[in-house]
Write a protein that binds this ligand. Structure first.
Ligand SMILES: O=C(CO)[C@H](O)[C@H](O)COP(=O)(O)O
Length: 308
């Protein structure tokens, strides 16, 4: 995780090859984001704020998750022109979201030159059974997960980067913590498992056996693992890092707060200095209003459960 040095690139020989770009190259590209913050932005001005704050990449989408929750309706891929405007406004990588299973949205995003595609449960599902075959694309994909089995299923489909899902748009970090602990706790169990037990464990978590073995050997996922969904403060971001993530996605937490410029910078500083409580205290001072946030009772829709 963040403290374990360089991630081994597993790909050739052990995972399905893409038709266009070796899987290991996509995994390597995603590794370049380690230690960074990826910020959701909905226009070029926000993208400039994110870059200025030190974000390692931006996620272009038409509504931050808190607004998707509040406004409802079908959430789809953003207007390609808006994404192009964001691409022209910044020098850092630009990600964009496609609906789960909507490989044509992904084809469009690839054709306009986005750097990464997020196949995201934050958008409305396009296919209830199938995710995109990500090996058919030359750019890397990031996908969400709640547990180890889900992470490895996405990697088998070609995801070069994993983010734990959390509950996007709630400003509540509890689900993000649950999902990071679930993935990393399962990896700790796996690490201590007898080799003979791995066959049954792979079946139990519905994950490809060879990827389970690789994860056991590495003691971590074979791709970068970011946290997402509900991170709203510098302390939340540092918590994700101390729990073993490689970086953090922040959406609503920045641009639904009282002072996005200040909070964005503070969250980036917190991820860089995640073990330094004095720095965390300093950057947490005077940030203005945090996003209001939601307590997760039964009435709150769980985006994280939309896919397995
Ligand atoms: O959808 C995302 C990643 O795919 C968002 O970047 C992330 O989940 C943002 O969530 P929040 O608005 O709660 O910070």
């Amino acid at each position: 995780m963040a403290s374990t040095g360089v991630v081994t690139v597993y790909g050739e020989g052990s995972m399905t090859e893409t038709k266009q770009t070796p899987f290991s190259v996509k995994v390597g590209l995603a590794q370049m984001l380690r230690g960074g913050v990826i910020m959701d932005v909905v226009n070029a001005d926000q993208a400039r704020i994110a870059e200025e704050a030190g974000a390692c990449a931006v996620m272009a989408l038409e509504r931050v998750p808190a607004d998707i929750r509040a406004q409802g309706g079908v959430a789809r891929m953003s207007d390609p022109q808006m994404i192009k405007d964001i691409k022209s406004a910044v020098t850092i990588p630009v990600m964009a979201k496609a609906r789960i299973g909507h490989f044509v949205e992904a084809q469009i995003l690839e054709s306009i030159g986005v750097d990464y595609i997020d196949e995201s449960e934050v958008l409305t599902l396009a296919d209830e059974d199938n995710h995109i075959n990500k090996h058919n694309f030359k750019i890397p994909f990031v996908c969400g997960c709640r547990n180890l089995g889900e992470a490895l299923r996405r990697i088998r489909e070609g995801a070069a980067m994993i983010r734990t899902k959390g509950e996007a748009g709630t400003g509540n970090v509890v689900e993000a913590v649950r999902h990071v602990r679930s993935v990393n706790g399962a990896i700790r169990l796996l690490r201590n498992m007898d080799d003979d037990e791995v066959f049954a464990y792979a079946k139990k978590i519905a994950a490809p056996y060879d990827l389970v073995v690789q994860t056991k050997e590495l003691g971590r996922l074979p791709v970068v693992q970011f946290a997402a969904g509900g991170v709203a403060t510098p302390a939340d971001a540092a918590l994700m890092m101390q729990l073993g993530c490689d970086g953090v996605f922040v959406g609503s937490g920045v641009f639904k707060s009282g002072d996005p410029v200040k909070r964005g910078k503070a969250i980036v500083q917190a991820v860089t200095n995640y073990r330094d409580a004095a720095v965390l205290a300093e950057v947490s001072c005077g940030l203005g209003e945090a996003m209001v946030g939601l307590n997760l009772d039964d009435k709150v829709e769980r985006f994280a459960s939309r896919s397995e």
